[in-house]
Design a protein around this ligand. Structure first.
Ligand code: HEC
Ligand code: HEC
Length: 413
């Protein structure tokens, strides 16, 4: 009886948390083709060109890198649509254990797979003794402008509400991270599989350096070859102009302007009913404790990213449906490695996969889970253990019809 009451109370509180600070929130635009109105079309096209542009060694690409453009990994989700999607490209991270402690590979856990001018790649030169390895698939960027505008307090509140609703069984770990463009300032991390950034500008400079080997004013030191400095022949920072680097500012602008992934609601009335019922089952068996269906951004004019970014009208007070919480959990899927800068309590924890866009990703044949190790949603759900063991168990116990409804719902996201 007592448990039941706590549960109901917590659900009511969860409802309040998503209600935005003022007025009626508007729905965030959903599209894989059109931007959300953050900037003019001309400004958007200019930013998109930078995101799509293939860089060469003369631009500072490499020496060691993973791909020669952001769009090379973050391609379009639908044919003819905007770039910025997820994809099957995985990154390799590695290290080894010493007395049970994880030690990153020399130069850091990220191991690049390509090199300019036929230089030996990090992957080829990686010692076999760096035998703790994991893969991370490319995350979608659609809707990330809204994610950036979630107030820190809301993420903290979600974690506390999870704790209350499950009597301490589930409590997403809130990770506080530095904001590169605002030295000394921090915010609640939400981007990347380890929630390693809060700001899209910080992430852009990090990716430009670590995925492409291109330095900017925000990240002026080039990446290494397994810890050894290598001169790529172009003076650092390679991305000059603007306040932080012209390109990284374009990338952030492009990502902030991407709309949220659209739903794939079936036209057939019976199918649609199944999807609606599937959504109810998803909620009833507790999947929505971590995969939150409704969030609202901070009001226009509010400050995020440690005070360094003012929420614009196009992104402020918008309701969106990520089916995620952007917090870290141990559900028994790994990751095998502990990234540099990650405190020990984050071991085995990974950010809840945001399920928006799932139907389109499945239609493209993309694999699931952070390492791409699950081929189907059913397999991904079966792999939920530890913090999510009870919910996975409830899924297993559903009737065949209810299972099918829940899976149809997932494919409609
Ligand atoms: C080699 C492929 C590759 C390239 C090139 C690449 N990315 Fe990514 N991107 C990834 C992967 C893999 C992840 C997940 C990273 C992790 O493990 O946290 C990711 C994650 C992200 C995220 C976090 C998204 C979220 O919702 O959490 C952002 C933002 C991002 N990338 C921006 C960029 C930008 C900007 C560029 C170009 C400078 C870029 N990426 C280039 C593969 C790539
Ligand atoms: C304790 C929090 C938690 C609960 C409860 C939970 N999940 Fe998850 N879910 C996660 C995390 C964390 C991941 C990412 C794991 C990884 O990639 O290694 C994930 C991943 C997934 C994925 C794979 C998505 C992708 O893009 O790769 C699916 C599908 C999924 N969950 C569905 C469900 C369903 C259905 C339920 C209810 C039966 C559920 N989850 C309950 C935390 C949770």
């Amino acid at each position: 009886m007592k448990n039941k009451l706590v549960k109901r109370l917590a659900i009511v509180v969860l409802g309040v948390a998503t209600l935005g600070a003022s007025g009626c929130p508007q729905e965030a635009p959903q599209s894989f083709e059109k931007q959300n109105g953050f900037v003019s079309q001309k400004e958007f096209d200019e930013a998109k060109d930078a995101f799509d542009e293939i860089e060469g060694p003369q631009d500072g690409l490499g020496v060691h890198f993973n791909e020669s453009s952001c769009a090379g990994c973050h391609g379009p989700t639908v044919k003819g649509g905007l770039t910025g999607g997820s994809g099957p490209v995985t990154e390799l991270r590695a290290g080894h254990l010493e007395n049970g402690q994880f030690i990153p590979a020399p130069g850091g856990t990220l191991i690049t797979l390509q090199a300019t001018n036929n230089a030996t790649t990090e992957a080829a030169a990686l010692s076999a003794s760096e035998n703790v390895r994991d893969r991370f698939i490319t995350l979608s960027l659609f809707g990330d402008g809204f994610v950036e505008c979630i107030p820190d307090e809301m993420l903290r509140r979600i974690s506390n509400e999870q704790n209350a609703r499950t009597n301490g069984r589930i409590k997403g770990l809130v990770r506080v991270v530095a904001i590169s463009e605002a030295p000394g300032k921090t915010a609640v991390g939400r981007f990347g599989w380890a929630s390693q950034h809060a700001s899209l500008l910080s992430f852009a400079a990090d990716a430009y350096k670590n995925e492409m080997g291109i330095t900017s004013k925000l990240q002026p030191e080039d990446n290494t070859f397994l810890g050894q400095k290598v001169d790529d022949g172009v003076a650092d920072p390679e991305d000059t102009g603007g306040t932080f680097g012209e390109d990284v500012e374009f990338f952030a602008r492009f990502m902030r302007a991407l709309s949220a992934p659209p739903r794939l609601i079936p036209a057939d009335a019976k199918e649609r009913k199944d999807v609606e019922n599937g959504a109810k089952i998803f909620k009833n068996i507790g999947c929505n404790v971590c995969h939150l269906p409704d969030l609202v951004t901070a009001k226009a004019g509010a400050k995020v990213n440690g005070g360094s970014f003012t929420v614009p009208a196009a992104l402020g007070n918008k309701r969106f449906h990520p089916y995620g919480d952007f917090l870290l959990h141990d559900i028994g899927t790994g990751p095998a490695i502990l990234r540099e800068g990650m405190p020990p309590e984050t071991k085995n924890k990974i950010r809840t996969a945001a399920l928006w866009g799932m139907g389109s990703r499945l239609a493209n044949g993309e694999p699931l889970l952070h390492d791409g190790s699950a081929k189907t949603p059913e397999e991904a759900i079966q792999r939920h253990k530890n913090s999510a063991a009870q919910e996975a168990d409830k899924f297993q116990k559903l009737s065949a019809n209810d299972k099918a409804r829940l899976l149809k719902f997932l494919r409609s996201l």
